[in-house]
Design a protein around this ligand. Structure first.
Ligand code: C5P
Length: 365
């Protein structure tokens, strides 16, 4: 968001609605640490500037880089889209039209502007195109897919294991890594089925979204949708145990004869069940460990019969659960690869590329 945009809508509002951090400053020590402007420019698949003012167009046409957005524009190597919005006289002005021509010659694609009644009460060209038109124009430019889409099933988020109608056992998983993987898979042209436990983030536009609560429900949803999946990625933090008894009435507090023990029973291991199927998909698991990450990950790769495992160290200081950043050590039977600390979106793209590479290697032999 530019400073002018922040005067109309607060960054907090966009952050809450999108579920993503909002960047506003060119030189912000906090943001530079997590994702600097060059990194942001590399991260994006395309840059859409909407609404673009006359001033923004002038800056871009001249190559001025004095704020985050103008710097991003110069650093970006991806396709750039511009949806102008301004007063009709400003749009018609020879200076704006000159800048428009320069930007088009520089390869910037223009959406709109629409014509009609303006916020200032005047009539004419300069209205921002409808958001749906902007999205449609950008999506229509995606390369046409020639091969059949790869089918990928991803589990994400925590599970909840109910004790009674109001209480459950769960964990800190936010679902961010699984959802980032689902977004990366969509961007890679895959047909994605997302089986998700309860999370507080918006789901990407997957082909099939199945929302579940418990490990048993997640297991059943995965098995019901396993046919023809090329790849299954178990990113969910599935509870290993559930209460042995579910009380259909709320359990009451008792002062006398208080029994503090809780009987648990094992949940099915979903990813191991997938790996044990006769016609199994390429099966990828995750290992979140607080210590001895490599040893535990390798033993899980073997014991669950996986094709690949992505391990990360979770704890109060490392990335992982509920944080925006993460680092992974990825193991497969013949090798390993480190993916360094970065935001979960970038990490998801890197991990998915590795998974697809190893999937093709396995299927070509
Ligand atoms: O054994 P652990 O829970 O550490 O294994 C983690 C991996 O196994 C993750 O990929 C997780 O999604 C998967 N898992 C599962 N079903 C379980 C437990 C873990 O699919 N019941």
């Amino acid at each position: 968001m530019t400073h002018a945009a922040c005067q109309f809508v607060t960054p907090l509002c966009f952050q809450a609605l999108s579920g993503h951090p909002v960047h506003t400053e060119l030189l912000d020590s906090n943001q530079e640490q997590s994702m600097g402007h060059i990194h942001l420019a590399r991260w994006a698949d395309c840059l859409v500037i909407a609404p673009a003012t006359a001033n923004r167009m002038a800056k871009m046409a001249q190559g001025i880089a004095d704020d985050l957005l103008s710097t991003l524009y110069l650093a970006a190597e991806c396709p750039v889209w511009l949806a102008p919005a301004m007063n009709q006289a400003m749009w018609r002005h020879p200076a704006t039209q000159r800048n428009l021509k320069t930007l088009q010659e520089d390869g910037v694609k223009i959406i709109g502007p629409a014509s009609g009644e303006q916020a200032c009460g005047e009539l004419g060209p300069g209205r921002l195109s409808e958001p749906s038109e902007i999205c449609a124009a950008v999506l229509a430019s995606k390369p046409v897919q020639t091969e059949p889409a790869l089918k990928i099933l991803i589990t994400a988020g925590p599970t909840r294991e109910a004790l009674d109608p109001v209480r459950f056992i769960s964990n800190r998983s936010s679902g961010k890594m699984g959802y980032a993987l689902a977004s990366a898979a969509i961007a890679a042209g895959a047909e994605v089925t997302l089986v998700s436990g309860p999370v507080n983030i918006p789901a990407p536009a997957v082909k099939r979204l199945i929302q579940v609560e418990s490990a048993q429900q997640m297991h059943d949803a995965v098995m019901a949708n396993i046919a023809n999946q090329a790849i299954v990625i178990g990113c969910a933090a599935v509870a290993d145990y559930r209460p042995a008894q579910f009380s259909s009435q709320k359990i009451k507090k008792t002062e006398q004869n208080f029994d503090s023990s809780l009987q648990l029973t094992r949940n099915p291991d979903i990813i191991a069940s997938v790996a044990a199927l006769d016609h199994r998909p390429f099966t990828v698991g995750f290992a979140a460990e607080t210590q001895d990450v490599e040893d535990y990950a390798l033993s899980k790769l073997r014991s669950k019969g996986l094709d690949m495992i992505a391990a990360n160290q979770v704890g109060l200081t490392a990335g992982g659960f509920d944080s925006e950043q993460n680092a992974l050590k990825v193991f497969w039977p013949e090798g390993e690869h480190d993916l360094g600390m970065t935001d979960k979106q970038t990490l998801a793209k890197q991990l998915l590329a590795l998974i697809i590479e190893k999937y093709h290697e396995k299927n070509s032999t």
